[in-house]
Write a protein that binds this ligand. Sequence first.
Ligand SMILES: *Cc1c(COP(=O)(O)O)cnc(C)c1O
Length: 447
Amino acid sequence: MAEARPAPDPAHDPTFAELIAGRPALSLDPASGLLVEEVPLARIAALHGTPTWVVSAGTLRRRYRALAGALAAAGLAASVHYAAKANDTLAVLRVLAAEGAGADVVSAGELRAAEAAGIPASRIVYSGVGKTRAELAAALAAGVMQINAESAEEVAMISEVAAATGHTAPVALRVNPDVDARTHAKITTGRAENKFGVAYAEAAALYARMAGMPGIRPAGLATHIGSQITSGMAAYRAAYARLADLARELLGRGLPVPRLDCGGGLGIPYRDEIPPTPEAFAGAIASTVGRLGLPVMVEPGRWIAGPAGFLLASVILEKRSGGRRFVVLDAAMNDLLRPALYDAWHGILPVSPARLSAPLSPAEVVGPVCETADTFARGRLLPAFGEGDLVLVCDAGAYGSVMSSTYNARPLAAQVLVEGARLALIRERQAEADLWRGQRIPDWLGG
Ligand SMILES: *Cc1c(COP(=O)(O)O)cnc(C)c1O
């Protein structure tokens, strides 16, 4: 296993004031402490306990509108297909459905969730490097807008399933443009050595072949080069220029290319990153694939959902060990995996006004799970905490609750939605009895 990267220098971490100012969902009330929209986090903890995921509906809406608006302002006929894997809670999907969003799904489960939340199949794109025949049949029966195929083998499989079930499958080809998105190695997807998409050099021939196959209606081209892209627009522009070249070549050969799917990946600031703006993203699309005048699609997940979500946790205790201060939370890597999986940095805020203005000293912020990787932050400047103090982990709305597990027999956390002064439980905390639901003890063991 690779060595953990050294913790970034806490002297360069954003201050509490900067973290709050950079997150429009948050504000500070001198009496009740941190609020999400108009709801005090202390009230959420009192009502629903901790750890609890908190989602700001206003932030979801604002970000969806900002992205859709930037695409429209760039003169693009663009549709936004929210990548459901970032957070597929039904209420989150419903907020975006009400905004007119489509969805990008990668499993039959996500397809069902998106439909259940009110996103019509006619706005759903089915992506993913390995879809089973059963999933393909479900997608076709539902009447999805588009299936993004990732290999010649998969195109053949789609053709067979469509022909066998009497459907015509709208299939776009996901092309691997072989560009380096310069993001974390575990979330880069557009390099030739990654598992995703069809090799650029083989894409035109496969598309032409696909156009003649039974049960298939060519739906265009797609690409998605990675996630948490913050290194500027160069990689995007390179990928989209290649996509546009390929589309021109296919159109020149008289093949139908109804639309171009530009993927997702737009990054967000967790610490001090300066990601491209929606306007820059829209501009890169407009100046490349946009020139073709075709409808375009985008599939943002993190950009919409990440800043809209938080993980509210309580301090169990503080301990000193080996000359370090450890703040032990009741949330853990089984709730929010990103720090363990990606060495991700998340802003951590005390919730009470007194703690927000108290003297700071470095601390290791950890969970109770029996893994050294169960560490939310290292060397983080935080006030002294007492038992039961609330802390808020920022920017946990994407790839947060969806990656949770029950490791260490820890029930899945509750999730609430806030909109203005309204607060609703949108996912119950898992009951302990649910941890072993579906398990059986064999009769020869006395079960
Ligand atoms: C994960 C994924 C997305 C969304 O990525 P974000 O970084 O969350 O925007 C979009 N399209 C495809 C095909 C994906 O796999």
